[in-house]
Every structure is written in structure tokens, then in C-alpha cells.
Design a binder for this molecule. Structure first.
Ligand code: ADP
Ligand code: NA
Length: 332
């Protein structure tokens, strides 16, 4: 099994990013068997398909890499790198542009959503994004790619590109990657408004738990989190119509690796005066080691760059044979 997965480099990481994205990668890595491997990349080349600030992008690449390592991605076991540090991604993408069909890209629903009404003003990169995604996984002969609902269509396109290339050039070059559907990730809501997603874009810092928050601040934020006056119910169904309560119980369940029912079995009948301190302690304890490693990596950018450099070197080596074979198959 060779798993390849990318993540957008973003900064100001919070509990939603941790439970919804970062932790899934750590679990994937930790669940691997003998001989299996993971390649994880920061999708820095995808990030330039929309307007961006160069200094911010550079900082976000470091921030996301630090968070991934802090959360448990082991750069010795997994190949962790920034896409832009491995030119083979851009090279293979261009070569595959000869194989991908305009009609295939025209069917991609994500481009329609992301470009919105101003389709003529969208970048060519945003349109061709799925071809780069195909290159990202075909380059490493990925056998498995984790895909959420919104990415299924793009993996299908990668398989179409691989099949057409192998057929057109009469080679057995590209492995057709299979999807792995990741376990339903927790969707964490704002602490101020249980119906909005916890997000770095929320102007109120009290709405989210940042990975850099210390235990005191976590306790304070959870104490002030919006709730209702009812005690916790005995069943998950009874949380319907109580978005704030549901969110806090959901966070507890995600961090303690229990079902919502198991958490409720322990707290049913108790009010938030009892539940909030228990939740705050669990959040602070869970994030304590992550924050400690994150602080250390943020204070040592040279070490972070060294780790990303090692990952990139390993990825370049892994990519070289497939890239060479692609050029050769095309007569180049
Ligand atoms: P933000 O909403 O803070 O801007 P991003 O859009 O940069 O976060 O998301 C980065 C990753 O974290 C994505 O994989 C996204 O699905 C995940 N993520 C972001 N916010 C949440 C959340 N509130 N709950 C669960 N996952 C989230
Ligand atoms: Na976002």
C-alpha cells in the first residue's frame, strides 16, 4: 500500500483543523502495516491557483508542516514535503495535460463552485487543478488515495488520465489509485455559535480553540462557550435542536475516542457547570503535547526547514523513475 495525500497549507490552526484533518493523517500513518508507506504533501502548488500573499503562503507552509509533525506525523516514517519543492509535480502535470481532455475538466463540479459567477476571470490553474492532482498521485504510483465526498470526481479523473495514457502510449506505466474513504471526520462548530463552523476566519478568537492556546485560555474559552440551560440528555437524538450542546459533546467524544452515546451515558442529567470543566481538561490535556512540540518547531524554523528538505529529497527520489518513464514513453 502506498498512500499519497495532500493538504492545503493554512495558518492559525485550530481544533477543527486538528480533529477534521490533521489527526486523520496521523491515524493513517499509525495504522500502516509492514512495507506500507505514506507520502504527505503540503499542496503549495495548488494554493497559487487563487489570489494569495507570498509571505503568507510561505508562513502557512511552515505552520501546517509544524502542526502535522507536532500532531504525530513522523518525518522519519512518512515522507512529508511541500509540493513546490519537488518539481516533478509540475513537470508531470504538464506532460499529462497532453492526455487530459477539456471535456473531462468541464464536468468537474468543484471548478464550477470555486470559480462562481466570474468563471472568465478564474485562473487557468484553478481550471486545470485536477490534472495537477492526478500528477500528484500518479507520480508516486499511489495505490490508495484518501478522498472526501468532494474529491471523488477528481480521483476518477486521475484514473481516467492514467488509463488513457497507458492505452495511448501502449505502456503499463501508471498504477490506478483506489479511493480510501476516510472515517467521517468530526465537524467542529464555533464556540460562540453552534451553527457556524469553527474557522480561522471568524473575527472572534473566543469562537475557536487554537493549537497554540495554553491550558488557561482553553479553560476560559470553554467556560464562556455558548450553551443552553438544560442538563445533558441520555441519548444523542435528544441533542437535536441544541447545536451548542451537540458541538461540545461531539468535541468530547472525538477527543476521548468514544461515541456520543458513551459520553452522554457518563454525563446525562448533569448541566454544563459540570460538563464544561471536564471538557476543558480533556481539550487542554489532549492539546498539551501538540502545543509543546508546535512551540518548539515554531521557535526553530531551521529545524523545520531541515525536515521539509529531507522529505523533499526523498520525494524527488521516489518520483524520478516514473517521471523519466513518462518522458520516454512520450518520445521525449
Ligand atoms: P478554516 O475554515 O479555518 O479556514 P481551512 O479551510 O483552512 O480551515 O481547512 C483546513 C482543513 O481543516 C480542511 O481539511 C478542513 O476540512 C478542515 N477543517 C477546517 N475547519 C474545520 C472544522 N470546523 N471542523 C472540521 N474540520 C475542519
Ligand atoms: Na476555509
Amino acid at each position: 500500500m502506498r498512500i499519497v495525500s495532500g493538504i492545503q497549507p493554512t495558518g492559525n490552526l485550530h481544533l477543527g483543523n486538528y480533529l477534521g484533518a490533521i489527526r486523520n493523517w496521523v491515524r493513517m500513518q499509525d495504522g500502516l502495516g509492514q512495507g506500507d508507506e505514506c507520502l504527505f504533501f503540503l499542496a503549495s502548488l495548488h494554493a497559487i491557483t487563487v489570489h494569495h500573499d507570498p509571505a503568507q503562503l510561505r508562513a502557512n507552509i511552515r505552520e501546517m508542516a509544524a502542526a502535522l509533525i507536532a500532531a504525530g506525523i513522523d518525518p522519519a516514517r512518512s515522507t512529508l514535503f511541500s509540493q513546490a519543492d519537488v518539481p516533478a509535480h509540475a513537470e508531470l502535470c504538464w506532460l499529462l495535460n497532453g492526455t487530459a481532455r477539456i471535456g473531462w475538466l468541464n464536468r468537474m463540479t468543484q471548478f464550477k463552485e470555486k470559480s462562481g459567477k466570474n468563471r472568465e476571470g478564474a485562473s487557468v490553474g484553478l481550471y486545470a487543478y485536477p490534472v495537477l492532482q492526478a500528477a500528484d498521485v500518479l507520480l508516486y504510483q499511489a495505490t490508495h488515495v484518501p478522498v472526501g465526498e468532494d474529491q471523488k470526481q477528481h480521483l476518477e479523473l486521475a484514473r481516467d488520465v492514467a488509463t488513457k495514457f497507458n492505452t495511448d502510449f501502449e505502456v503499463e506505466l501508471f498504477t490506478l489509485p483506489e479511493p480510501i474513504i476516510p472515517p467521517a471526520a468530526a465537524r467542529i462548530m464555533s464556540l460562540r455559535d453552534g451553527t457556524a463552523k469553527m474557522s480561522k476566519s471568524d473575527p472572534s478568537d473566543m469562537s475557536r480553540i487554537n493549537l497554540t492556546d495554553d491550558a488557561d485560555l482553553i479553560v476560559q474559552k470553554i467556560r464562556k462557550a455558548k450553551t443552553d440551560p438544560e442538563p445533558l440528555p441520555a441519548s444523542a437524538e435528544e441533542l437535536a435542536g441544541r447545536p451548542e450542546a451537540r458541538n461540545l459533546v461531539g468535541i468530547y467524544a472525538a477527543l476521548s475516542d468514544e461515541s456520543v452515546e458513551q459520553v452522554l451515558a457518563r454525563f446525562a442529567g448533569q448541566g454544563f457547570g459540570a460538563f464544561k470543566p471536564a471538557l476543558a481538561e480533556l481539550v487542554a490535556e489532549s492539546l498539551r503535547p501538540v502545543k509543546a512540540r508546535l512551540d518548539a518547531l515554531r521557535a526553530d524554523p531551521a529545524e523545520l526547514d531541515r525536515l521539509l528538505g529531507l522529505g523533499a529529497a526523498r520525494a524527488r527520489e521516489a518520483a524520478a523513475p516514473t517521471l523519466d518513464a513518462t518522458y520516454r514513453a512520450m518520445g521525449l
